[in-house]
Design a protein. Sequence first.
Lengths: 186, 504
Amino acid sequence: MVWLDKACLNQLDIESQLACLPVYLSGCQRLVVLAGDTFHTRIWCIIEIFTFLRMGGTPDRVTLLPLLTAAPAIHRSPSAADEDAENMELGRIKTDDSTLEAVFERFRTFEVSATKAFKEDERQHLLGVIEAGFGDLEVFDSLVQSLFDSLRQEHTSHTEQAKRSVPSRGGKGAVVGVPRQPGLAC
Amino acid sequence: MTKVAGGYDDQNIVRRARSHERTLRAGIANSMPDESLATLVGTNSRLVDTNSRLEQRNAVLEQQAHTLTHLAERLPRAEEEAKNARADKASLEQEIRLGGAQKAAKRINTLISVVPNTIMVVCNITCLSGFIMIFTMVLPIGIVWVPWTFLLPFMALFVISLRPANTKTVRTITLQLASFSTAVSNYAPLVGFFLVYSTIESLRPYPTAVMATMTSIQAAFMLGNCVFPRLLGFIHNICGEAEKMTKREKSKLTWAFMVEELGSERKACMALVSSLGFFYPLWEGAALATKCEWPFSSRYMVMQVIKHTLVACGLNVFLMPIVPIYFLSGGTEADFMPPPRMLANHNFTSSELQTYMDAARTEVLVLACFSPALFAVILVAYLFRPRIHAWLIRLATAGDAGRAAGVAAMIGKLEPQAVLSMSRRTFTGLPFDVLCKEDFASNQDTGLNAKARRCRLGEVDAFLSHSWHDNARPSPSGRRCRRGRPSSRRHRAEARWYGWTRRA
């Protein structure tokens, strides 16, 4: 079972249900971060990480799934995009590690004050929440940076172990912190 | 063939029996019937014993086989029960955690009330003391304090806004004090003006102190036109949530607040009528400050403070230098015209005028220092606000149990208890199998909402955190993944994860 905002929030009552977000998050075993290009710039995404950290979350409970950068549709024809997808599936384009590195790089210099929200007052409110939670925005920045740094280190050690034991097949190393117990995956 | 412990089996017994039969026959033939008979009897009894043992062993074996079959039948059910027990355990742990969280939430409420409310009461007492000083001061220069006293109740309201709701007693005391001080603030310039005017008239020729007084009165009246709306806007900015409200909604909120505080609609109505509407802005401010959410970032708060302080008080600040400039540029008593009345009755000596000027020097110095000092105090208060918050929350939420409540109290606008009960009621999970890449293409409902199932807290495996602004488009492989029939659920699920990773 997974929790996805789109499916699990009542669309008619989102405002009040967002207040329950910390409890929803605490009701899940793991945090799965689907990190794309904009993840680190959206304050509601960062609030989820904030909640996780405030509740004593540790890196071993985080699964990072970097999303591959897809160019805007205006720059790419659908056929070209599908062709890329085919190539990636066949392992001809090995972009996973570079994508993951890009995610880590974004979070290495992460600053919560640079995040955005649809409404400015909402953004200020959430920044205030984070500030009140950790005393200072910089403290939170450094915590997020160290969280992703731990994930990077874990990924590096796994990759090295895999290289030593099994010949690399490429494209499988992009999932960091995938749970070893079979319970999560389905 | 039945094998038994001790090496016996059916054929062996038969073989032995036949052997004994042969021995018996040989014994009969050899005319030894007694011995053979005894042997035969002995053998027979052993055979009977062996047979009974075999039967017992067979019964045991059958029982064991039956037990094994029964266990094999119960195994899936036992696995299911074990899974349920694990879920129950997780749920129980969650309940325990949330129980602790509720206690922590109460602790937070109590703790956050103490410090801000103490500051607020101190502010109000200071404010009242300021007014007492104004009316007991003989020198009319005291009137220039009036604009600043406007700030104190609003500072108190800011402090109230440190937390979502205060206790009834504290709110009542605050409102009484703040209402009184506001009323005085409203009438003080008028009363002060007449007092000052008469004093000025009696003090001609004007010394520097009187010049300062006149300038300040002018500033006070000019500020009077802009202070209230600006400060009200200041409160609205603090309250954040208030900015989203229409005027009608604000009025409704304020009215409800007044009725709640005063106990009846009649009293609220009387309060409005008796105060000629002057109480209203503060009532509204107090209602918004106590009912609306509090967290805003320090930078935002500082920005607002600077903006409103400059706008509301800037005029006075800019007018202040007029007096010292005049004084320092060599103005003397000769520059002032003597009052006609006094000219007729009394001639001012130089020493008398010097006394006035010395007094003026001190007061101007105080005034010059007061504005930046107050401004600095406000700024420092705002800069340290998050640290105070963090300290209070850290103090109140020591341990893991309190963290959920702390976060919920900060993000949500509801009471922690309500958040918890609502979360339990509305917590749902989505079976992983029903997800596909198309669901991540946009935040529009693709029918997933109907597929979500009610869950207990702790039952859901993963919380998916993602941004809808990420460009995730469906791919051909995603479609294949859904059409295909992978060998196991686990395999299928992993295929999906990797599918997202590689192509989303």
